[in-house]
Design a protein around this ligand. Structure first.
Ligand SMILES: *[C@@H]1O[C@H](CO)[C@@H](O)[C@H](O)[C@H]1NC(C)=O
Ligand SMILES: *[C@@H]1O[C@H](CO)[C@@H](O)[C@H](O)[C@H]1NC(C)=O
Length: 228
């Protein structure tokens, strides 16, 4: 009996490809006819070939399932690769050097071109212009911290900046006082931005910012949720 079963299994082994496309419910081609003819010979062969048929059916089923899973994995991997490519995060500060310097005041609102780069993943922030151009649409987290120093007590302090998208003010920060020598203020918002949007920080006219290697003035943004 063992020999018959073995022969039977050997019979089915050659000629079967690794991947079947027929789906789990279909029996392997040829299995029915060989089983039918075997049943004419004797019961043992009949049982054996039923087993072979079942083995073929399972092989087809698992091959199809595996193929489908591989296709799904490919799709998930492509989504992951796309997401990895769309990473956007930058964080910059006003100056690179150690010397204490001030920016402004100017007669008009002026875009601040932050010069020190902590990170500029995706190269969306342009150091020459101070403008962050949105490459991937989605929800972004943005933050601006502004600091100034009047130089000595009693001097006018004017810390005022605004976060702008396409020239429109989104949020501002303002700290004006004649007696307080130093001050700092922060804007933090989450915004839905489209590809091509231009985001910048403007120094409001008449105001000024000061900084050194302590990086008191920072501008940061990162993509929180990319649009699907
Ligand atoms: C995912 O896709 C990338 C790029 O197409 C490829 O290099 C990588 O081997 C893939 N990984 C898997 C697990 O399929
Ligand atoms: C300015 O600062 C002085 C001293 O710290 C304080 O008394 C005064 O209230 C401040 N004025 C404003 C408008 O915040």
């Amino acid at each position: 009996m063992r020999a018959v079963v073995l022969l039977c299994l050997l019979h089915v082994a050659p000629g079967r490809s690794q991947f079947e496309w027929d789906g789990p419910e279909r029996a392997a081609p040829g299995a029915v006819t060989s089983s039918a003819s075997a049943c004419n010979v004797d019961t043992l062969s009949c049982e054996c070939c039923k087993m072979v048929r079942e083995t073929n059916r399972l092989q087809t089923y698992f091959s199809t399932t595996l193929t489908n899973l591989e296709r799904e994995l490919d799709k998930v991997n492509q989504t992951f690769v796309t997401l990895q490519g769309s990473r956007v995060a930058f964080s910059v500060s006003l100056y690179t050097g150690d010397n204490f310097k001030c920016f402004g005041p100017f007669g008009v609102d002026t875009v601040i071109a932050y010069q020190h780069i902590f990170i500029n993943l995706g190269m969306a922030y342009n150091m020459a212009t101070g403008v962050f151009t949105v490459t991937y649409p989605g929800v972004y987290s943005l933050a601006v911290t502004s600091f100034s120093d009047a130089g000595s007590p009693g001097n006018t302090l004017a810390v005022c900046t605004s976060l702008q998208v396409n020239g429109q003010i989104v949020a501002g920060s303002r700290e004006l006082n004649r007696s307080d020598q130093e001050d700092s203020s922060t804007i933090a918002v989450a915004l839905k931005l489209k590809a091509g949007d231009k985001v910048s920080v403007k120094l409001v006219k008449g105001c000024f910012l000061c900084d050194d290697s302590s990086h008191y003035n920072t501008f940061s943004a990162f993509l929180l949720y990319a649009d699907a």
